[in-house]
Design a protein around this ligand. Structure first.
Ligand code: GDP
Ligand code: IMO
Ligand code: MG
Length: 426
């Protein structure tokens, strides 16, 4: 029987997961999103055009791939409709009717959840997380409280009435707090229209489909959104997203037993970025950070916010590799560091007068200071590189050090945003 492979981000998101999933599609039959919602932004270059996918799985451009939105994803119907319509306009060859399958257990993001998220972020009345304001936390809260609406509910005759009741209550509360919103009738009508629009696509028990596909020896790739350090349990809580992001969440989100998992691809950038609030010990704020931000185009794919920049953090990566059980390591964006005089790397933390290699958690994280190791930089024309042998000596040394510390060899190195600019390292 076939196994399901999982691709997961090992830092704070935006590692280049979309690029790799797109690149790996020829080897798969199904690509299945297992967590998160429209907070994701996965960039793909298709026919030399840049596309950012938020809810649609990254296999959508391939006619042979079935794209599954799994049950632990939270779906904003308006966002999904916009994404489909925008893509259909530029890529009419995509058949969403045959290439997309939505779990009937996936929860819906109500438009009032987004306003709640905006209110919480802007009002100063709640802890500021720096969310993407997509209502993600509110959708998962409603799910956990067992008050959420699932995709299956849209077929129930009194769905419109029940959703309107919840939305009206939330709307009135937000209005009383002074939150600016579009009129309630327009909000409700748009939501119900977009929900009705979704009915034309295949809505199914995706866990049955995926398990049957495994039995039939189909090759499946589970697409992680966000990343390990944003995991609700194991990330830098409370500055995390509201879903489990790690590889184990693919089993839950897609309904696959753990023994059916095959390869676990872990993606890292050659440096670190983070969007939103929260601890980021290896962060740098000098002119080097600015250079990396500009060269690496480190502005949110989704929200356009400037991403915070830092050096690689080995304790955090060791922790992420442990949590995910990574079997294949992928590094992106080494080209962005091209031309730097030196590259730093956080090897340990100084905490309470001692050195530690383990990523500090909870309150300790705020007290820990990083210990650095410096590497000489590299400066070559990356566009001419097609094989491992052509990589500059300094980059190879940087990679070798990381491999020995992480105790896992690098399988692939990406050297540009383009699909084919990937070097096989083994
Ligand atoms: P994801 O959320 O993990 O899919 O990553 P994003 O798409 O949000 O952000 C990654 C960004 O880096 C995108 O703009 C990609 O086009 C770009 N990218 C991916 N790999 C490379 C690489 O090796 N070099 C450079 N320069 N850019 C890359
Ligand atoms: P991809 O899949 C980077 C961050 C937000 C914020 C925190 C909570 O493209 O890697 P949320 O809207 O989820 O409640 O915000 O999580 N965040 C991401 N950061 N990449 C993402 O997705 C992210 N999705 C959420 O910036 O700090
Ligand atoms: Mg992204």
């Amino acid at each position: 029987m076939a196994k399901i492979d999982i691709l997961v981000g090992l830092q704070w998101g935006d590692e280049g997961k979309g690029k790799f999933i797109d690149r790996m599609c020829p080897n798969y039959d199904i690509v299945a999103r297992y967590n998160g919602g429209a907070n994701a932004g996965h960039t793909i270059y298709w026919n030399n055009k840049k596309v950012t996918l938020k809810l649609l799985p990254s296999g959508i451009f391939y006619s042979h791939i079935t794209n599954v939105i799994g049950s632990a994803v939270v779906i904003d119907p308006t966002q999904l409709r916009q994404e489909i319509e925008q893509l259909a306009a530029v890529s009419p060859e995509i058949s969403f009717e045959s290439q997309l399958i939505i779990s009937q257990k996936a929860h819906l993001v109500l438009p009032t959840y987004k306003y709640q998220d905006i209110y919480a972020e802007n009002s100063g009345a709640s802890r500021k997380i720096g969310t993407t304001k997509n209502g993600i936390g509110y959708a998962y809260s409603a799910k956990t409280l067992r008050q959420g609406f699932r995709v299956a509910d849209i077929f129930v005759p009194d769905f419109a009435e029940e959703a309107a009741t919840v939305m009206r209550r939330e709307y009135l509360q937000l209005e009383a707090l002074g939150q600016k919103m579009i009129g309630f009738d327009e909000l409700l009508t748009t939501f119900l229209n977009d929900v009705a629009y979704l009915k034309q696509y295949t809505i199914a028990d995706t866990e049955l489909l995926i398990n049957a596909a495994l039995k039939g020896n189909k090759r499946i790739l589970a697409e992680g959104a966000q990343a390990t350090m944003l995991d609700i349990d194991h990330g830098t809580y409370p500055y995390v997203t509201s879903s489990n992001t790690i590889a184990a969440a693919a089993c839950v989100g897609l309904g696959v037993p753990p023994q059916k998992v095959g390869e676990i691809y872990g993606v890292i950038k050659a440096y670190n970025t983070r969007v939103g609030e929260g601890p980021f010990p290896s962060e740098i704020n000098d002119h080097i950070a600015e250079t990396i931000r500009i060269r690496g185009n480190e502005f949110g794919s989704n929200t356009k916010r400037p991403r915070r920049i830092g050096w690689l953090d080995l304790p955090a990566l060791k922790y992420a590799i442990m949590l995910n059980g990574v079997t294949q390591l992928i590094m992106t964006k080494s080209d962005v560091l091209n031309g730097m005089e030196s590259i730093d790397l956080c090897t340990h933390y100084q905490l309470d007068g001692g050195l530690q290699e383990i990523y500090p958690s909870g309150q300790d994280l705020g007290k820990a200071t990083p210990c650095w190791k410096s590497f000489p930089g590299w400066d070559i024309d990356f566009s001419a590189i097609t094989s491992k042998e052509q990589l500059p000596y300094e980059l190879k040394s940087y990679i070798e050090y990381i491999e020995s510390e992480l105790e896992i060899p690098l399988a692939y190195l990406s050297i540009s945003p383009k699909r084919d600019d990937i070097i096989e390292m083994r």
